[in-house]
Design a protein around this ligand. Structure first.
Ligand code: GDP
Length: 424
């Protein structure tokens, strides 16, 4: 049985917690896209962890953690993350890295930062993890596949070719230090020795595991609105954030993804630039940011304060639809307990026209939120285990959202840890 856990919005919906929770009953957790540019926060018996590259199943002995071919693999970051876990008494996870995954090169990270610097005020708000240059090179067919680390002739030839190309940009566009071919080759040899024990054929492994009846979780990064095709282009990430891409980024048949659990947060947050219709500012935003998530809404990778907003039914309905949602996990609901009234964005007003359909970017920039207010429940709902035990106004809020997005909320998360979950 293959299930995907993905985000409906801009990311940071709480996918890490839901994946960690579902991993209890799974055998394999697979990352299928993205890189170390975003993070999942997980709270468990070992402490609080921010994961960037490792799948959110690494805390269980019984899980095999897989880095799929669709991932932008930053090898030093992966190994730092593993060390950070084992230093804090987490048993060494079982890891399998796809021989078809590609490698984030040191120059991808530099070029990402140089490009943001060059664009100055017009930048994309990149985390400077090298993700956009990485995927550009992958599709320009000058990326380095993990398998190529083990073929010395190909490696040398490619390093020479790519160094020559990149140095033109570094010299003439960015006016920065050039890449040294020998140094780059040495770095790649180091990478090869680091990954060697973990590399394998992921699609065959998953095929066999699925045939043997294992439970496989595909863990998405970011959310629908950051998808390069269906998101708020160009303020998007460079790999698809949709469950459908799980088939490609892990190498499995699309029809084997039987369940798509789309994670939706009870309010909105976003990082980076781009239209954010239900955004709030000032004290109202500060308070939600401070109370949000588990210890505030600050980026797991960058520590940047997140932009805050009320729940957006238009964006979430669209986000769930594009994911092919079978189940919605509605998270961080406990945080809203302080509000007398809870504003919700139910439609967009675009030049006087009211719509509940999520538009293309230039129209989105003009959209104003249509806000409805629901009564708050004014109490702490953490610790509640049964849906009927939630305060009436809290249930009304959940049911209101469900009606507006049109997808069934089957899980409600009322706290950061594994057990803070209410099944419906
Ligand atoms: P991800 O990238 O989608 O995994 O999202 P984040 O790592 O940004 O997770 C959001 C934050 O909310 C993390 O700090 C989680 O520990 C926390 N979190 C997840 N679910 C809940 C919840 O139901 N209630 C509270 N209060 N915090 C939660």
């Amino acid at each position: 049985m293959i299930k995907a856990v993905v985000g409906a919005n801009w990311g940071d919906e709480g996918k890490g917690k839901i994946t960690d929770m579902l991993a209890q009953e799974a055998d394999i957790v697979v990352r299928f896209q993205g890189g170390a540019n975003a993070g999942h926060t997980i709270v468990n018996k070992y402490g609080k962890f921010a994961l960037h590259t490792l799948p959110s199943g690494v805390f269980y002995d019984h899980i095999t953690s897989v880095i799929g071919n669709g991932v932008a693999l930053n090898i030093p970051i992966l190994f730092d993350e593993i060390k950070n876990l084992t230093d804090r008494n987490v048993p060494m996870p079982k890891i399998l890295i796809s021989d078809r995954a590609q490698i984030v090169m040191p120059y991808h990270i530099l070029l990402d930062a140089y490009e943001e610097e060059r664009l100055a005020g017009k930048s994309y708000g990149s985390t400077k993890s090298g993700i956009a240059p990485f995927y550009s090179d992958k599709y320009a067919k000058i990326g380095f596949q993990v398998s190529e680390l083990f073929d010395e002739d190909t490696l040398r030839e490619k390093v020479a070719k790519v160094t020559a190309m990149k140095n033109v940009l570094l010299e003439h566009l960015y006016h920065k230090p050039l890449i040294d071919e020998k140094e780059l080759l040495d770095t790649l040899h180091t990478y090869r020795d680091m990954v060697a024990p973990y590399v394998g054929d992921v699609s065959t492994f998953l095929y066999e595991a699925n045939k043997a009846g294992k439970t496989i979780l595909l863990e998405g990064q970011l959310g629908t609105l950051k998808d390069p095709d269906h998101g708020i282009y160009p303020m998007v990430t460079s790999s698809s954030t949709l469950a459908a891409y799980g088939a490609i980024g892990a190498g499995i048949p699309p029809y084997e993804i039987k369940q798509v659990i789309t994670v939706c947060k009870a309010y909105s947050s976003a990082v980076g630039a781009g239209a954010f219709v239900s955004e709030i500012f000032g004290d109202e935003a500060d308070e939600l940011r401070r109370r949000g998530g588990d210890g505030g809404e600050y980026g797991a990778t960058t520590g940047r304060p997140r932009r805050m907003g009320w729940f957006d039914c238009v964006a979430s309905k669209y986000g769930c639809r594009l994911q092919g949602t079978t189940d919605v996990a509605f998270t961080v609901l406990d945080v809203l307990g302080y509000l007398d009234e809870i504003p919700v964005c139910t439609a967009y007003d675009i030049d006087g026209e009211i719509t509940t359909d999520f538009p293309v970017t230039y129209k989105l920039e003009k959209a104003k939120p249509v806000i409805e207010k629901l009564p708050g429940w004014k109490c702490d709902i953490r610790g509640i285990k049964k849906y009927e035990d939630l305060p009436e106004n809290c249930r009304k809020y959940i049911e209101f959202v469900e009606d507006h997005i049109g997808f069934k909320i089957t899980m409600v998360s009322n706290g950061p840890s594994r057990d803070d979950i209410i099944y419906r």
